[in-house]
Design a protein around this ligand. Structure first.
Ligand SMILES: CC(C)(COP(=O)(O)OP(=O)(O)OC[C@H]1O[C@@H](n2cnc3c(N)ncnc32)[C@H](O)[C@@H]1OP(=O)(O)O)[C@@H](O)C(=O)NCCC(=O)NCCS
Length: 163
């Protein structure tokens, strides 16, 4: 009998943010606060309007599932205009950054975008978040414009690229 090896981490399809259990919303708010400094309240979850599709993914540590602690990453993207996918949020728990997990989900999102003929990817990032900018630049995204005071305490860059 062969042994079945199952990867400990996987990006599963997520529910609509507003339909998540409260304990999971809390865990996500904690992740965003810790990794980006952004505060997500209940009304943020309701406003996001992220549908159920391959651009709505939760990174799960299967060893901890179903505890809310098993949730170690989020990708929320949506389809906008005729030709675009906008990444609304991408965050990975710092204990698991630099392990290739972010690259894995971005590559997946890009190939899905290509398949549905949405060839432009767009996102906003803090001017000070050089690490994330470098991360996206490796996938062909470039700084497109600066938006003054996009964040409550800082300017933002719009990054864009074609897939
Ligand atoms: C940016 C982010 C999503 C990247 O995901 P990740 O899983 O850490 O990235 P990967 O492991 O796939 O790629 C890491 C590469 O990006 C860089 N990198 C980005 N963040 C890093 C981190 N915290 N630690 C180590 N390397 C990091 C490295 O140069 C690395 O290059 P390498 O693969 O050649 O070593 C993730 O680090 C994160 O959640 N950061 C905090 C939140 C944030 O800034 N989100 C983006 C705002 S829009």
């Amino acid at each position: 009998m062969g042994e079945i090896l199952v990867s400990q981490f996987s990006w599963i399809l997520g529910p609509k943010p507003e339909d998540m259990p409260e304990t999971w919303k809390l865990r996500i708010s904690q992740l965003f606060k810790q990794e980006t400094g952004e505060s997500y309240t209940d009304s943020t979850f309701n406003m996001l309007k992220i549908p159920q599709w391959e651009g709505n993914r939760l990174l799960i540590d299967h060893q901890k599932y179903p505890s809310p602690d098993s949730l170690i990453g989020v990708l929320w993207a949506k389809q906008i205009l005729q030709d675009r996918v906008r990444i609304v949020a991408l965050v990975i728990d710092n204990q698991h950054q630099g392990e290739g997990l972010g690259s894995r989900v971005i590559e997946d999102l890009f190939s899905i975008s290509r398949a549905i003929e949405r060839n432009t990817i767009q996102l906003e990032v803090r001017v000070s978040n050089i690490r994330a900018q470098r991360f996206y630049q490796r996938f062909g995204l470039n700084i497109h414009q600066t938006i003054a005071n996009y964040y409550s305490d800082e300017d933002g860059y719009v990054m864009m690229g074609t897939v």
